[in-house]
Ligand binder design. Structure first.
Ligand code: SF4
Length: 290
């Protein structure tokens, strides 16, 4: 459930077009923009190399967002002095990956992806490939699959087995509300969950979201563990309803492949509605006025 043409869906499409093909080869990974999902080991760079940057066998410029494509190609030129081979790839360049996930390479340690694609084909989402489940499930506590609950029961059980040994588990790729059942909630209750992420991109999602949140609450999950991506235009009502039904909204500005420039005011509004401390104050003030 990674949804929409926005940061969410792009982040969950793993940049594995740049797969390393030689063991023992030194590789620098270069990212045009630093995000919370980027790896941060010593061989990761954000932007141009400096005079003190060491030489590498290969440099992989990884471009996640379409609006960074030009910057990515500029970085290819800048990094040519630091390696004999400079490659560029990532979802913005090559589209959705269909390859099994390599942990820690282009997404930070702890992120795991065990399936790709999604059967739903929502019109606003960049995930267009059919669902593919991989046999091997890399260790990790941040589950970033596009729609893990669309996977087979067998695959889900396999994932649960791996997650049994993990702490601070986060379903950041999102869980599709319509697929949350009492059995899924019971499975989740047996794990050390830090956060469950749902989505509410249209008003028509509110009903199924409420059903999922009610099931999760009955299963013992408190509001501070249930988050919800809320795709916003101008409306605040859906954000308030999401909060009132018992989860933490996380507003996202719709972003088509050619980056749309939002006003400062709109960006501020989005920032307010993705920071619990900020929107709790808004809700408190609203209740006082009522
Ligand atoms: S359900 Fe699937 S197609 Fe729809 S937004 Fe989520 S990942 Fe995209």
């Amino acid at each position: 459930m990674s949804m929409v043409i926005c940061m969410r869906s792009l982040k969950t499409i793993q940049n594995e077009i740049l797969k390393p093909n030689n063991i023992g080869v030194s590789i620098a990974r270069v990212f045009p923009t630093k995000t919370s999902m980027c790896p941060d080991d010593e061989h990761c760079y954000f932007g141009e190399p400096s005079d003190s940057t060491p030489m590498y066998d290969e440099v992989h410029v990884s471009v996640t967002f379409t609006w960074n494509i030009k910057k990515g190609w500029d970085l290819v030129d800048k990094w040519k002095s630091k390696a004999r081979l400079v490659k560029i790839g990532g979802p913005a360049i090559n589209g959705e990956s269909t390859q099994p996930f390599v942990p820690g390479m282009y997404l930070k340690k702890g992120v795991t992806i065990s399936s790709r694609g999604c059967p739903n084909k929502c019109s606003f989402c960049l995930v267009k490939n059919n669902l593919v489940e991989f046999d091997s499930i890399p260790e990790g506590n941040i589950v970033q699959d596009n729609n893990i609950l669309a996977c087979s029961g067998h695959h889900w059980e396999h994932l649960l087995k791996m997650l049994k040994n993990q702490k601070q588990i986060e379903f950041k790729g999102g869980l599709e509300s319509r697929r949350i059942t009492p059995k899924i909630v019971a499975d989740l209750s047996n794990l050390k969950i830090k956060s469950i992420w749902l989505a509410c991109d249209n008003d028509s999602d509110l009903k199924s979201l409420k059903h999922a949140v009610d099931l999760l609450k009955e299963g013992g999950f408190k509001q501070y563990k249930i988050f919800c991506y809320v795709l916003i235009g101008k409306e605040e009502q859906r954000l308030r309803e999401v909060f009132d039904m018992g989860c933490m909204p996380f507003a996202q500005l719709y972003q088509p492949p050619t980056k749309y420039k939002y006003t400062k005011q709109m960006k501020q509004y989005q920032r307010t509605w993705c920071r619990p401390a900020a929107y709790k104050t808004v809700m408190k003030d609203l209740r006082r006025v009522k």
